[in-house]
Design a protein. Sequence first.
Length: 220
Amino acid sequence: MYQLKRKEYINENLFKIFFDKSDLNFIPGQHFSLSIPDKSINREYSSYTSVNDKEIGFLVKRVEGGIMTNILNEMSVGDSLNIYGPYGSFILNEEQISEKQIIFIASGTGLAPFVSIKESYNLKKYKLFLGIRYASDIPDADKFEQSNCFYSISRESNLIQNNYYKGRLTEQLQKIEYINDYENSIYMICGNSYMISDAYDILVNEKNIDPNLVITESFF
Ligand SMILES: Cc1cc2nc3c(=O)[nH]c(=O)nc-3n(C[C@H](O)[C@H](O)[C@H](O)COP(=O)(O)OP(=O)(O)OC[C@H]3O[C@@H](n4cnc5c(N)ncnc54)[C@H](O)[C@@H]3O)c2cc1C
């Protein structure tokens, strides 16, 4: 069992939970299964933190009517849960890390594995496309070089930064030719399955990117 060490709210529906890492080793991009003792409820969460941190953290969006996210929202520091894993192959190999530009494409909390990957490998050659509803849904923007980031914000008109775009993530992806070296890149797409399918379609079918260069992880 792992005790909740701290909890940080980004807004009322988006928060981070942290545990002592102890024996929870993982490859950046992998996820864990969080399970509530005696309730036979478990859900997957990608590691949000670097492999070099002493803590392991998860980024959670509270889903209206959702079972696990509302339990996690109610959890207090000192409460315990089970953490199993790591699982998954949403990871990069050594050659990709050292030689390729990594294009991160995420909707919502699909950002989580990308923060872990970027921080763990101290990546410099990357771009981030993030789709969110409001600017306040962007967690830890300071972890990314802002000139590398493109935020597609669907429900806000007051776009205060020049990398904030009104509209859907997929509209922004249509312009990917403007990214230097976009042909010598690896594309990691994470988030909801509709966005993944649309983004994959744009990259592979419209932009003719080799499907072997595109890796995906669906959250729901
Ligand atoms: C490999 C993997 C990694 C994941 N990593 C994360 C992560 O890092 N952070 C995270 O918040 N979630 C992550 N998820 C999703 C997570 O496992 C849960 O599905 C999610 O938190 C909802 O759980 P719940 O019990 O509250 O909702 P449930 O009671 O299971 O479901 C309620 C409904 O909400 C929908 N739903 C699920 N997630 C969302 C969402 N984010 N926004 C809107 N609707 C949603 C479901 O499709 C379902 O219809 C991951 C899923 C997978 C498969």
